[in-house]
Design a protein around this ligand. Structure first.
Ligand code: AMP
Length: 276
């Protein structure tokens, strides 16, 4: 595995004619990242190359969030990538990615207005800007993203369409712990009680799916009620939206998305399910 930390050095590892598939991450790698990397390998083919980027992107953390304390287990991440045969690890320092007087950003202006975008102003501008930069630096043929960050995936697809990137975007279904909690680098912030109670998220989404309810309000109320029964949970949002436009829906229709963000203590978790 080649490990590159300087943007200019990427040119040294271009393999002529080989298909490069990129998995962008912020590190603290876990089983779900492993699944994205496995899917990347499938898409790269026998002679292709799987590239993983690890960069905790300061631009996508809103003020007062967990940028400073976000886990950065460098050695474990590198070992993780080696064990699953990643070909290229790109791990730039913040100074390598951004000029202090940077003044150009990539801003998606429709899909970003709801859900995470509403709760975390500037977040998707940071995400789009860094992903565009990673695309420009690494020139992948395809890139893999998880459906846990459903809105992010939709926004990246829109960016690729609107800015004419010749990059296939591949989505991967949410990978979960045995008890249903979606893997996340932030799960390690949870204490024992919070971790136990966090299983309510998946249970509430499944209850909504199984309820057969069609009214957006009734579905959201049901999920809110179940989650509120967990004493350590504080709901940020629960929303039924169109899975393409991400705009709120009054009724479940084909291609709906039920998405939520909930704090357990200081830790903010997200999850979602497609309906009907
Ligand atoms: P992160 O390192 O948290 O920025 O995530 C990097 C990529 O992994 C993103 O495309 C995420 O959507 C994806 N990802 C993280 N957790 C999961 C999960 N539990 N299931 C599927 N994809 C995930």
């Amino acid at each position: 595995m080649k490990v590159i930390t300087a943007t200019d050095d990427i040119e040294l590892v271009r393999r002529a004619g080989s298909r490069r598939v990129l998995v962008p991450t912020m590190g603290a790698l876990h089983k779900a990242h492993g699944e994205l990397i496995r899917v990347a390998r499938e898409h790269a083919g026998k002679d292709g190359e799987v590239a993983v980027s690890i960069f905790v992107n300061p631009l996508q953390f809103e003020p007062g969030s967990d940028y400073e304390k976000y886990p950065r287990p460098e050695k474990a991440d590198e070992d993780f990538c080696r064990t699953i045969n990643v070909d290229l690890l790109f791990r730039p320092a913040p100074g390598e990615m951004y000029f202090e007087d940077r003044s150009v950003f990539v801003d998606e202006t429709a899909l970003s207005s709801t859900l995470e975008g509403k709760s975390r102003p500037g977040h998707f501008r940071g995400v789009c800007t860094v992903v565009a930069k990673l695309f420009n630096i690494l020139s992948p043929d395809a890139a893999v993203f998880g459906e846990k960050d459903y809105q992010q995936l939709a926004i990246i697809r829109r960016m690729v369409r609107d800015l004419n990137y010749k990059i296939d975007i591949v989505g991967v279904p949410i990978v979960r712990e045995d008890d249903g909690l979606a893997f996340s680098s932030r799960n390690q912030y949870l204490n024992k009680e919070e971790r136990q109670q966090a299983t309510v998220l998946r249970k509430a989404l499944l209850a909504a799916e199984n309820s057969g309810k069609k009214s957006g309000k009734e579905i959201v109320d049901l999920v809110r009620e179940m989650i509120s029964a967990a004493p350590l949970a504080r709901i940020d949002y629960v929303a039924l939206v169109d899975a393409e436009t991400l705009q709120p829906l009054e009724k479940v229709q084909p291609n709906s998305l039920l998405a939520l963000a909930v704090f357990f203590g200081k830790t903010r978790l997200i999850d979602n399910i497609r309906l009907p």
